[in-house]
Design a protein around this ligand. Structure first.
Ligand SMILES: [Zn+2]
Ligand SMILES: [Zn+2]
Length: 835
């Protein structure tokens, strides 16, 4: 009901009733998924709502009508619960709907109040009793006990619809005050309704889920007859998690270690882990679950066509996660095995918190897996120790003032803040304005302030919040950050002088330089998106962005790294738009009109009914956006892409700079270039030439010093010697050596090599091969051998009995000649020595 909050609170009044069908993600209870017939992490929820319009009687009557008249569920199959103090609801069921008393059950605050137990435990705010409708699956299902009823957890009675009657405002100490405007908020799980209408006993048997379970089981290669018990539970869990992940990724969430990204990562990892353990244990670890994406798309594409156009990216993202996690598992498992072995050796009964934390922190091995694997080895774990290390790490990471955070979080329930009307934002027109303090909560010298009107932009849509100054009679405060919560613009301030009180008049001044830099980056972000769609194609979809005074960051869908020429084309597109000094216009329209006009909407972002359309250059870029922008593209100044990288499979990230930040970037590049030129003692223009020469020099040095030829380590040459009939032979080819270095080297070999020896060294350089042969034995005539080698090389050569040399232009025969040498030596050895 989140999207209707303003209607429930009476802030918005343009709608009195609503009915919805929406995607839901709930990950608080993952352990039950797959084990029960009804738990899902992702599901579709049907609801109807009344904002101070119809109430209990209509809500009950219509729910009953829909189930019995439209869905044709026999009314004797239905059971009902009401809150024990809600006589009104009880009487409607009994007297108006004519349900026998035996089918209506009165229950307490835990099951039939929303939020559960709110009268005793809170929170304060709107709340009320509920009435639930159940489907009786029959006496053959469940515990069979005579007292079995809708409050029994045996599964016989399936909850299909919860009607919440929001009629109270809870105050401190559990006091319930009647609300003037009473609301209705109902919810029915689509999968549950389908399960009943399709005559199934489990949601996983319905037409949108069963084919997925069959698919993953088929992929596992296990016999169909084994799809029962834990195999069935795991298959269902995997299907549930992958379906959830598919929708999350399609809606723009990228797996990561934080926030909603972590939820998706956790779902995929749970599925991979359970799959490895139960379904694919006999197979080599390989990503396979991403194949389910295609199946989810096929089943769900009619109501959600955007899944299909994004299928490749979703599947790639999941595949990337699988690969990474399989690797983590392998590495973590190895280390965990050692930890377990050590624990066993020391006779310890549990794994320390430090070890679990190290696995988690260094190797990304999830703590819950360590617990599970340790359990398989009958080992306990120090979960408390692990949690406290985790907490300590989080606390370290969290630099922001805790008090400020607490106040910010408390806006949701702070009654004073709840009553405030949305702040009026004046920051499109100007950068300073007078405002009145409606709320101030300061502890020490820091805190949050809300004004009735403000030029400060609160962080949203990727654009960071403004900074600046608040001043008032006798005081001044620095605005460190601006956030938006429940449509209130909240200024996080540090008092520099004086005190700030509610109802004070203040002058709010935004830091002009920072705001100007931010505006440049924001309009540049829009042009960047237009450029990417132009250069790479219309599949490019924004998946996230950050617009700050120093830089912009833009995440988008694209399967491969950008080529150099693509980056240049994108930069050119933006810079040309800057040079044309195009007009930037905004227009307020209804959301539907804006979509007809082709404005790009960022999926997953919630848009108001009235949207602000930002149009750059009369249609060059048309996007919905509430951010602050330049008025003409020329204001952006230069634009440069500073980096392009991958953040997940199929998702690229570009960082870029505009305006003064672009100038700073260029200056720092120039400075580095000049620094390098100084070190090399050349002008910047000559750097490349100089580096090229230096590299050649390094190569030569690595091969062996002076340009004359290589100084090859003689000892390592000697090690290559082979023995033939008591004779040590060294046959070797050197790179780029001239004749004189071959000669000196072969001399050293002859001196150092013990016993009778022959050494033949070759070198190819400048398109010719030279070689030398030395012999320390009368059994081999170096000159004669050289002639034979020269013949093989189709060249010439000759010399004395102990030393000879030769050469040839035929460099292609060197290998063959070298291979022939042992053969030639054998022939010489077979002949009697010539005197
Ligand atoms: Zn029961
Ligand atoms: Zn924007």
């Amino acid at each position: 009901m989140n999207q209707f909050k303003d209607y429930f609170l009476g802030v918005k009044k343009d709608m009195k009733r609503a009915a919805s069908s929406q995607k839901c993600l709930r990950t608080g209870d993952l352990d039950n998924v797959g084990r029960t017939p009804y738990h899902h992490s992702f599901f579709e929820m049907l609801g109807n709502f009344s904002f101070g319009d119809y109430f209990k009687k209509e809500a009950i009557e219509w729910a009953f009508d829909l189930l019995t008249q439209c869905f044709k569920i026999p009314s004797e199959r239905l059971r009902f619960s009401v809150h024990r103090d809600d006589a009104e609801a009880y009487n409607i069921w009994r007297d108006h709907i004519k349900v026998p008393e035996s089918r209506i059950k009165k229950l307490g605050d835990h099951s039939n109040f929303w939020p559960a137990d709110a009268p005793q435990l809170g929170p304060n705010g709107p709340c009320g009793p509920c009435s639930e409708i159940f489907y009786d699956q029959g006496a053959d299902v469940g515990c069979g006990k005579p007292e079995c009823g809708v409050d029994c957890d045996c599964g016989r009675f399936a909850e299909i619809w919860n009607l919440v009657f929001t009629q109270f405002d809870r105050k401190d100490r559990g006091e319930l005050v009647a609300l003037a405007a009473k609301n209705i908020d109902t919810g029915a799980g689509l999968e549950r309704v389908a399960c009943i209408l399709q005559g199934k006993r489990s949601n996983f048997e319905i037409d949108t889920l069963r084919p997925l379970v069959d698919f993953i089981w088929h992929e596992s290669g296990n016999p169909v007859s084994e799809l029962t018990g834990s195999s069935l539970i795991v298959s269902r869990t995997i299907v549930d998690h992958l379906r959830a992940a598919t929708f999350c990724i399609a809606d723009g969430v990228i797996p990561s270690n934080e926030g909603r990204g972590y939820v998706v990562r956790k779902l995929i990892r749970r599925a991979v882990w359970q799959g490895r353990k139960y379904l694919f244990a006999r197979k080599k670890p390989a990503p396979v679950l991403h194949l389910l994406t295609g199946q989810v798309v096929r089943v769900m594409r009619d109501p959600y066509p955007y899944l299909q156009s994004d299928e490749a990216r979703i599947s790639m993202t999941i595949r990337g996660e699988e690969e990474r996690f399989l690797q983590t598992l392998e590495e973590g498992q190895r280390i965990l095995d050692e930890v377990i072995k050590k624990a066993a050796a020391k006779n310890e009964r549990r794994i320390s918190g430090e070890d679990i934390f190290r696995l988690y922190d260094t190797y990304g091995f999830p703590g819950e897996l360590t617990v599970e694997i340790a359990g398989e080895h009958q080992l306990g774990v120090d979960e408390e120790g692990f949690q406290s290390l985790l907490e300590a790490q989080r606390a370290r990471a969290k630099k922001a003032s805790k008090i400020a955070d607490a106040i910010f979080v408390a806006t949701e329930t702070n009654p004073k803040l709840q009553q405030l009307l949305p702040s009026e934002f004046l920051g499109y027109q100007g950068l300073d304005a007078e405002g009145q303090v409606l709320f101030a909560e300061i502890q020490g010298n820091e805190g949050w302030v809300v004004l009735d009107k403000t030029p400060f932009y609160g962080e949203k849509g990727g654009q960071v919040g403004d900074k600046g100054i608040l001043s008032w009679n006798g005081g001044e405060a620095e605005v460190l950050d601006t956030q938006v919560k429940n449509k209130l613009v909240m200024h996080r301030i540090r008092i520099l002088k004086g005190h700030i009180r509610e109802s004070d008049k203040v002058l709010a001044r935004v830091d002009v330089n920072l705001r100007d830099s931010t505006r440049r980056h924001h309009t540049a972000t829009h042009l960047l998106q237009a450029a990417l769609r132009q250069v790479l194609g219309s599949h490019v979809r924004q998946l996230g962005s950050l617009v700050s005074p120093d830089k912009l960051r833009f995440d988008f869908s694209h399967p491969s790294p950008l080529k150099d020429n693509e980056i240049r084309e994108v930069e050119d597109f933006v810079n040309k738009a800057v040079l044309l000094n195009l007009e930037v216009k905004t227009d307020i329209k209804s959301f539907e009109e804006s979509q007809k006009a082709g404005a790009l909407a960022f999926f997953g972002e919630k848009y108001e009914d009235e949207v602000r359309i930002l149009n750059v250059g009369n249609g060059l870029s048309v996007e919905l956006c509430r951010g602050t922008h330049v008025s003409k593209t020329g204001d952006i100044g230069a634009f440069f892409i500073t980096s392009e990288s991958s953040i997940a499979s199929g998702t690229r990230r570009i960082e870029a700079v505009a305006g003064m930040a672009a100038l700073d970037y260029l200056r720092s590049v120039r400075q580095k270039l000049e620094g390098a030129a100084g070190l090399l003692k050349v002008s910047p223009d000559e750097i490349l030439e100089r580096i090229d020469k230096l590299q050649q020099k390094i190569k030569t040095l690595e091969k062996g010093g002076a340009a004359k030829g290589p100084v090859v380590d003689v000892d390592s040459l000697i090690k290559t010697a082979v023995t033939l009939s008591g004779l040590n032979a060294v046959v070797h080819e050197l790179k780029d050596a001239d004749l004189s270095s071959l000669r000196s080297l072969s001399d050293q070999v002859r001196t150092k090599l013990k016993g009778e020896s022959v050494c033949a060294l070759f070198s190819v350089s400048d398109g010719a091969v030279s070689f030398v042969v030395t012999s320390s034995t009368v059994r081999i005539d170096a000159g004669a051998l050289t002639k034979k080698i020269a013949a093989l090389l189709e060249g010439s050569g000759g010399g004395k009995k102990d030393f000879a040399q030769g050469g040839s232009k035929n460099t292609g025969k060197v290998d063959a000649a070298k291979k022939q040498i042992p053969q030639l030596l054998q022939e010489f050895l077979a002949q009697p020595a010539r005197k």
